[in-house]
Structure formats: C-alpha cells, structure tokens
Design a protein around this ligand. Structure first.
Ligand code: TXA
Ligand code: MG
Length: 323
C-alpha cells in the first residue's frame, strides 16, 4: 500500500535505523547523498524497484544506479576491467557511477538494469547515505528523488514538494554539498572509458586519472544513458539559454559579477564566478525561480569546463523541447 501522508524526519540515528528497516522491507526512502537526494529501494526486490518507476513515472527503459556501502560490495555484482578498477580506487566513495557488465548470478533486479546486461554502480560519499546503506544490508537503487524529467532535488523540501506522500519516508540531511548528479562512465568492449553523463566529478579529473581522453556517448531516442534523454531537469517555465538581457516577465539565473538588470525575480549562481558554488546552488535556484511563475527563465552563459560542463548539460536539457 502506498503511504497516505508526508513522512519527513531529520536524519537522526534513530530515523536512519528506521529508514534502513523500511528499505530492507521493500519501502521507498528518500535520502541525501553528496550529489542530490536519491529515492532508495532494495535493489534485490523487483516489486520495490517497480515502485520506484511508478513513483517517478520513469520510463521503463531508463535503468537505475545501484548504491553500495563500499567498493567491496560493488565488486560482488559486476565485472571490473582495469580502467574501472583504477577509477573506483581513485574516486570511490564519491560522485562517480560506473556502468559495468553484470556478473553471472548478479542478484540485482533485472528491472533496475532495464533489461540491459550492464549495471550502474556508485559508492556515495555522505555519512547519512553510508550509514543507511550499511544498515539496510542490501544494494540500494536510487534515482534522483524527483518526478521523471523534472528538476532534481538538493533539499529534503524539494522531495516533499515533488513526490510527497508517494514515498514512505524522507530523511532530511540538509542541503547536498555538490548539487549535481554523479558523473556516469561506461566502457566500450575494448575497455575504453566513455562519458555517459557529465556530472559532479569533472571529466578532466577522470581523464587525468586514466591518462587518456574519454569518448562521449552519442545521443538517440533510446540512449545508452537515458539521463541523456533530451528534455530533462525541466522547470515548469521554459528556459532561455545564453541570456545577456532579461525581459520584464522573466526570471534571471545569473552567473558572475555583472548580471543584466530587470526581470521578475533573480538568483545568482555565483557572483564571483566560482563553478563549485554555482553547482551547489543550481537546482535549488531553479526550483526558486520556477516557483515565482515567470514567463521564462533566462539563464546566463556558464564557462564550459570542469563542473561548468555538467551545468551546461543540465541547462541544455532544461531548455530542450518538451514532449
Ligand atoms: O548522483 C547521482 O547519480 C544520483 C544520486 C541519488 O546517487 N542518482 C541519479 O540517478 O542521478 P538517476 O536515475 O537520476 O540517473 C541515473 C543515470 C541515468 O542517466 C541512467 O540512464 C544512467 O544513470 N544509467 C543507469 N544504469 C545504466 C546502465 N546500465 N547503462 C547506462 N546508463 C545507465
Ligand atoms: Mg535524475
């Protein structure tokens, strides 16, 4: 039975223990990670995984990321090639997801993999997420805790507003530090690493660790990482990119020291032009501007390097034509 009322609790040790029990028993729990809030369920329980797809109205062809308490647990589920070992050793726990071949007998629900022969794995670097995963004692699928295609949540309140009573419990651990989803990396059959989704770990750092360039996945209607679906991260208001001016009914999403004057409402991602600050503010400011009901959101240009690459990816998809 789906829950009837909003159940949001500060992430005290008692609440984390209760959340872990809920997950182990097939419930849905929203919890903080260093990137965004995730909507967690037992990855071994097909019915629980199906509830995630229903709560988010997520297309069944879009697979989920499996979250583990540590790298050892991840190695039990998938085949790690040399490059994957290198990246896991260097960046886990952290905002990196690796898409790898499922090991024979991998117990993760096939639905979580959307029928693919691969599984996406991540070890988050967040105290509450780690405690929850350890106590649940099972791998946990966790997409971002928003309706499919909508703005991602970086605060417990964003989850409450967007998913509310569709989840059994929301653990409130405050704002997330990084503010952008994990970077998703897959591998070609020859073992070469492919950037499937830019994210909170800059591609430049991954390339430095590997000593080689990442290739970038091509996009299509059923992309290899459907975070690459064209319209995604979308506010209610349309988004206008590379804005240098603001119209009267518009809201401004500014970046840097000299935003244009005017508009209905405004937020500055980082007055000093700092990309980490901009990433941490990004989704919360989009939520705030959208709540003002503007004709459109005018987004200023952001440098296309480091975290800026992931920010621009989110902005392009927020501005893409909606189906
Ligand atoms: O930071 C994050 O990654 C957050 C937090 C909660 O961990 N989770 C998240 O999940 O962003 P979600 O479901 O919003 O995005 C998962 C991305 C999608 O782009 C999906 O297509 C891709 O990972 N993905 C998952 N499994 C895959 C697979 N087997 N092959 C290719 N892409 C996969
Ligand atoms: Mg998402």
């Amino acid at each position: 039975m789906p829950p009837q009322r909003l159940n949001i609790k500060p992430a005290t040790p008692a609440a984390v223990a209760e959340a872990a029990k809920l997950i182990a028993e097939g419930g849905l729990v929203a919890f903080p990670t260093e990137t965004v809030y995730g909507l967690g369920a037992n990855a071994l329980d097909g019915a629980a995984v199906a509830r995630i797809f229903a709560a988010k109205a997520r297309p069944g062809f879009n697979p989920l990321i499996v979250h583990l308490a540590g790298p050892g647990e991840a190695r039990d589920l998938a085949r790690f090639n040399g490059a994957a070992n290198c990246l896991a050793d260097r960046f886990w726990p952290g905002p990196l997801t690796l898409v790898l071949a499922r090991l024979p007998g991998c117990p993760v629900s096939k639905l979580a993999s959307a029928g693919l022969a691969t599984v996406a794995l991540r070890v988050p670097a967040h105290g509450i997420a780690k405690a929850l995963l350890e106590q649940a004692g099972v791998p946990v699928v966790a997409p971002s805790a928003n309706p499919s295609g909508a703005i991602s949540p970086t605060r417990a309140g964003h989850v409450a507003k967007q998913l509310g009573a569709k989840v059994d419990m929301i653990l409130d651990g405050g704002p997330t530090a990084l503010g952008l989803e994990s970077t998703v990396v897959g591998f070609e059959t020859q073992g070469a690493a492919v950037l499937l989704r830019p994210g909170g770990l800059p591609a430049e750092e991954i390339e430095a660790a590997l000593g080689s360039r990442l290739s970038v996945a091509r996009e299509g209607p059923r992309p290899s990482a459907p975070g690459q679906l064209q319209s995604h991260y979308a506010p209610v208001a349309p988004v206008r990119l590379a804005a240098t001016t603001v119209r009267p009914g518009e809201a401004l999403l500014a970046f840097g020291p000299t935003p244009p004057a005017g508009g209905l409402a405004r937020r500055n991602l980082s007055p000093s032009g700092d990309l980490a600050e901009a990433a941490a503010n990004f989704f919360a400011m989009l939520h705030e501007l959208d709540a003002c009901g503007p004709d459109s959101i005018a987004a200023m240009a952001i440098p296309d390097r480091g975290l800026g690459r992931a920010l621009n990816d989110r902005l392009r998809r927020a501005a893409a034509p909606r189906s």
